[in-house]
Design a protein around this ligand. Structure first.
Ligand SMILES: C[S@@+](CC[C@H](N)C(=O)[O-])C[C@H]1O[C@@H](n2cnc3c(N)ncnc32)[C@H](O)[C@@H]1O
Length: 384
């Protein structure tokens, strides 16, 4: 594919992409119509990933430099950005099943002078990952960034990743993960899910629970570092380690049921008549040290296209990380259940703090908050 290309800049990369003119309908570009997929709206996802990978590399990587695999790479933009923007990244194994994508990756790797670092392959994703494993190539990080569900690729990714490595995962099948398609959620994720006001956190915890159970099949454990729901997708960053005893302990202590209790309160504790959702990941979503490091590092990365939005996300995540074991609640849902007006979020957070509890906003909803206050105490603030 040599004609019909335009060049764009993202992060420190220069990328050839299919000319999007003519693919815009009603002012909207549908990336899936492009001969090779490129979604400019996912620049935020890639900026976040560059920064998270860089902090993981400084804080937790057991070996530096290390290799990374991205087997669903399309134009190769993500692989190229990791190679250019994260100094601890050694080799990047980059693949796509489509011939046109392979040709474009070839052009993009050349345009960025990265033949010594980025190794491209036209391959089915599982074949690429198991191929590296078969050749005993040490790979410490894998990024699974599909269109839809990551499930078909997770076993291979978990099986390849080195001890203490970083798994990065995107899921765009959020209707399923949020509980709007119950039968599919049961088949695909082995979870009983239905839609509740806090469904975005349910989506993140359902995918983490699936990955924890998949890791356990390999005698591995996971530790989430950063888990978010952005726009229309879930994005996770987690460490994967090898140990059958830690894997067993993780399943026993960090995978369980969520209950939808009275007044739309969601809780991991038991409550009267609470309908069950899950199994979900009940453990941590954020690593405070990683967030701190990302916030420190972002200052040196003002070239990032989504710098300001990213900094805001990290500030909120750092605050809510202190209460991450408490499921978030929504002011509008509690008020609706009590048939009362919805108070301002700051008012509820302020009143909880006045009563001696901790409370923070949450990334998962503009009307949501986390608190260590018991449900009765929270509900009492809404009753006039
Ligand atoms: C969402 S796009 C990837 C976007 C890319 N990671 C980025 O950041 O721009 C998904 C890509 O996966 C490729 N793909 C789909 N199924 C595949 C499979 N089984 N093996 C390898 N590639 C596959 C598609 O051709 C498409 O280019």
């Amino acid at each position: 594919m040599s004609s019909g290309l335009v060049v764009t800049r993202e992060g420190k990369a220069l990328i050839y992409i299919p000319d999007p003119r003519g693919l815009v309908s009603a002012g909207r570009l549908e990336p899936a119509w492009m001969p090779v997929f490129y979604n400019p709206a996912m620049e935020f996802n890639r900026d976040l990933s560059v920064l998270a990978l860089s902090s993981y590399a400084s804080l937790y990587a057991p070996k530096r430099p290390f290799s990374l695999a991205e087997p669903l790479a399309a134009t190769g933009v993500r692989c190229i950005r990791y190679a250019l923007e994260v100094e601890e990244v050694g080799r990047v194994f980059c693949g796509d099943i489509e011939e046109e994508a392979y040709r474009l990756m070839e052009r993009n790797v050349a345009a960025n002078g990265l033949w010594h670092k980025v190794i491209i392959q036209r391959s089915e994703a599982n074949a690429l990952l198991y191929g590296l494993k078969g050749k005993r190539v040490p790979v410490l990080s894998v990024d699974i960034d599909p269109y839809g569900s990551p499930v078909p690729f997770l076993d291979a990714a978990i099986s390849l990743i080195g001890n203490g490595g970083l798994l990065m995962v995107t899921a765009t099948d959020t209707a399923v993960l949020e509980g709007a398609r119950r039968a599919k959620a049961a088949r695909r994720y082995g979870c009983r899910l239905f839609k509740i006001p806090q469904s975005k956190e349910v989506a993140v915890r359902a995918l983490l629970s699936y990955i924890a159970r998949a890791a356990a099949r390999h005698d591995k454990w996971i530790k989430p570092l950063l888990s978010v729901f952005v726009d229309y997708y879930v994005r996770l960053f987690l460490v994967v380690g090898r140990s059958s005893s830690k894997s067993q302990k993780m399943l026993e202590e960090k995978v369980g049921m969520l209950r939808l209790c009275k007044n739309s309160i969601a809780s991991f504790d038991s409550c009267e008549g609470g309908e069950e959702i899950g199994p979900l990941w009940t453990g941590e979503l954020f690593d405070e040290a990683l967030l701190q490091d990302m916030l420190a590092k972002i200052r040196a990365r003002q070239y990032l296209g989504s710098y300001e939005r990213l900094a805001r996300l990290l500030e909120v995540a750092r605050e809510e990380a202190r209460l991450q074991r408490a499921f978030h609640q929504r002011t509008d849902a509690i008020a609706a259940s009590l048939k009362t007006r919805t108070p301002k979020l700051e008012e509820i957070i302020g009143r909880l703090r006045e009563r001696g509890y901790d409370a923070t906003p949450t990334l998962f909803s503009p009307t949501g908050f986390r608190s260590d206050a018991p449900p009765e105490e929270i509900v009492s603030l809404f009753v006039r």
